[in-house]
Structure formats: structure tokens, C-alpha cells
Design a protein around this ligand. Sequence first.
Ligand code: HEC
Length: 511
Amino acid sequence: MRIRRVFQVTGIVVVVLVVIGVGIYFAIVSAINQDPFAPIYAENCAVCHGENMQGGAQGPALVGAPLVHGESVAELIQSISQGYPAKGMLGWSATMEESHVRSLAILIAEKRVDRQFTDFKMDKDLVVPTEPFETELATFRLETVATGIDPYPFSIAPLPGGQILVTEKKRGLSIIYPDGTRSDPIDGAPETSELGIKILGLDYGIGWHLDVAPHPDYATNGWIYLHHTDLCTGCEGVKDNLLPVSMNRLVRGRIREGKWVDQEVIWSVPETFYNLTPDIGAGGRIAFDPEGYVYLSIGIKGGYFEGIQDLGAPYGKIHRIHDDGTIPVDNPFLHIAGALPSIWTYGHRSPQGLEFDSKTGKLWGSEMGPRGGDEVNFLQPGKNYGWPLYSIGVDYDGTPVEYWKDLGIEFDLEDIEQPVVDLTPSPAVSSFIIYDGKAFPAWRDNFIVGSLKATELYRIEITDDKHMHTEILIKDLARIRDVETGPDGLVYLLLEHEAGSLIVRLVPESQ
Ligand code: HEC
């Protein structure tokens, strides 16, 4: 039985939510005081490169200037491991653990972009610049479309006719009208919850609205798909707790006279998979392809590493279904005993972006690693993307990601699909589009990718599944939660901020 109710955050709820098995909180909190690798740098490297990497008499600056031997984490690892004996730096591979070398490389990479992995930029000043952005292939301005959105939004979906659907995690689904005004939350849509806690400025709740997307034939069928975390207040027996629990679910419905009607559940899992793990790791995106398949991304909703490598659990997976919820007959694990038949790929951590490229017929995803290991992936059926066995990044406390030890899973690195784009140090990659609009012809087929804590927008060129080039289109703006192409071909951004979130769009500047 489900009851509509708003839960108060009580002391008990806070304690229970903190204590549940998502090591992420403790990992962040314990790492915040001091980076565990700062002392290793101080002890071994500061004598030549300076206490703050600013350079010294015996070694060059590692920040503030281009590096001679390369700036990627792989190149930094190479520099540190092999050294430059002729110039006075001995290689460290013989005397330092490989994982320490990697952690030092990530420390240097973070410092180079002045990005603290604990600084989420929720309260950073948010001013939309009025001057044009002159970038490599286009000049554009930012235009504010709507203001006053909840500090925790998730998704925008520009519709033909100028309306924009927006989801706010705790308020639900609303419509923004072309004049910037908005509707009340749409009545009858799945319930949301205020239940949650704040840690280090980020919200950890359950019962949230996530991605919203119109069906490709929306103009004729009116279907709107909503990925949310279904709050079950009648499942208190699940996992022996006394609190409401949640789990990802996909529904579709129509909006008629301001109400959510005709709702159908398209994808859901049994109540045994519902749990208390906060929805911040739920993933939550939707992607359609032109043949009537729907894909959905689910993150670490069962815990930091629980169930992600288990084909019998829905967590850490991309799922694929028909738009009416039936299971495609060619799904990769359909005939594997005990596997959930909707699974398309597995081993995902926090999959925040999902897009189908109809030109190439390929599905792409973006996901956040902990500290490093943010990725753009080509999602091929049946493949394993590695979490929590392995990551290019390190965990929040600076140690390597190797939960295979806890899980007792042996694996071969060759069987783990590596990212097409490695975004280390972590920008906290969010959502993206594969641009196919008319407003920016020079960006056609490029990936326009948002980031949260880096507050940057990227244009990434990928050719034949290879990363060719990355440009930072916008720097130092705000947490970019969602990126969409409007029917007008303009690029819409959902900017997240604690004083009120915004929707802006990129408008080309006539030359
Ligand atoms: C005895 C002095 C010395 C120590 C100790 C030392 N380095 Fe160096 N390091 C150098 C010098 C000199 C170079 C310049 C090599 C060159 O110009 O080709 C260098 C180069 C580098 C580079 C490449 C810089 C570039 O421009 O590409 C990196 C990265 C680096 N060091 C990291 C470290 C780290 C990390 C440590 C500690 C584990 C360390 N170094 C310890 C002297 C030192």
C-alpha cells in the first residue's frame, strides 16, 4: 500500500541514512581533512618541485604552466615512474607503489585545474555573462530562459511549441512556458519526497523525479516518459527497516489540462530491490532510439559496490526495453539464467548522461568516477564497464578502486571496456547531447558535455569511436545538470544553484 505523505527529517532518519552501507559519505568526510597523498608529495617531491608545486631550484613548476612531458594522468604517471635522470629526477617506479604513483598523478592533475574534489560549487556566484563567447568554431551568447527553479533540479526537455518540461527532484514535474513563467507541479505524477539529508552541501534524498523525455512521436502520441525513484511507503519490511525505501522506475503518461493522466509503468523491479540508499547515485537518464527502444541508466542505487557486477540485480546497469516495456528478443543476457532480461551493459557507477546517436546507431553514456575515472563510454551490448572492480581514478581517500578484493571477483582488465574519453581529474561529468541541430552547423555530431563541480561545458569530437579533441566552451559558469537540444536547434543548459536554479540557452551570434 502506498500513502501520499511528506516525511519529516527526524534525528533517527538522519542517523539511519548516514549509517547505511554507502561508504561514499565516510570516504569523503574522512578524506576532507587532508588528502592522504599530500604528505607523500611533501616528503618526496616538494624538495625540488616546491611545497605547492610552484617549482624550485632543482625542479620545474608542476602547476601554472604547460608541462613539457604531457599533462594527462597517463603522461604524468609516465613522468613520475620513469623520471628524467639526465635532468636530475630519478624514476620512482622502483621505489614507490604503482598505486601511489597514480594517486600523485591525480593530485597534480587536480591541482593544475585548481579543482578540489570536495568542492561541489553549490554556492559559487552564479552570474550569466552578457558578453559573447568566442570559441574555436562558433560565437554565441547565453540567454536566460527561466529562473527560480528549485536548487535540486534534474532534467529539462524542450518541447515543440516552446514549452519546456522540467523535473525538480523534490518538487516533481512542471512546465515552463515560453514567457519564462511556470506551472505548479503536475498533479497526479508520481509522488516525491522531502526525506533526506545534506552532507557537504549536497542533498541525499529518496523519492525523486529524475529524467523526463518526450517520446520521439510525442507530437502524435503525447507520451512523456519519466524516470523517477519510486518511493514505497508500504515496503517497510524490505531489508528489515522501518523507513520508506525507493528504487528506480520508468513510467509514461500524458499531461492533459495540467494533470498527469494515462500513467503506465514501463519498467520496474520487485520490492526486494527497493532500499534506503540515497537517490544521488541512482543515475536516472532516459534515451530513445528511432526504432522504438528505450534505454535507462541506473547507478549505485543498491550501495557503493553492491550488485553492480551481479546480473541478477538492477543496479549499475544500462537497461534496454521496447517503448511499451516489453523485453527485446535480442537483449544480451536474455538467455542467461538468473540475469535480469532488460540489462544492456553493466559495471556502471553514476551514469548521468545517456544518448543514442541515430546517425551511427550507437548508444553513448557518461558517468562519474570517484576521484578521476569520469568517462564517456560507447555502450556495447553485454559489455562490462568496470565499476567497482577497477577505475582509472582513485577512491576519495586516494586509494585505488579494487573492490574485487571485497567481492571475491577475479577479472581480466582486458574484459573491462575502457572509456572513449577519460575525464580525469573529475569534472563531475553530467549529461550530454550529440549535437544535430541547425543553429551551430560547425558542432554537428560533436558531444556537448556538461559538468557539475568543474562548472564547465565541453565540446568533444569523437570520430570512429576515438577521442580526437576537447574544447572548453564555457568555463566557470555553474553546475550544469542537464544539456538538451531544443526544437530550435539551440543548446539548453539546466544550471544548478542553491539560491535557485536557471535554464539558459546558447544562441549563435550573427557574424
Ligand atoms: C631531485 C629533484 C626532483 C625530485 C625529488 C622530483 N623531481 Fe620531478 N622533476 C625534476 C626535474 C629536474 C624535472 C624536469 C625534467 C625535464 O625538464 O625534462 C622533473 C619533472 C617532473 C615531471 C614532468 C614535468 C613536465 O614538465 O612534464 C613531473 C610530473 C614530476 N617531475 C613529478 C615529480 C613527482 C610526483 C615527484 C615526487 C614523487 C618528483 N617529481 C620528484 C626534479 C625532481
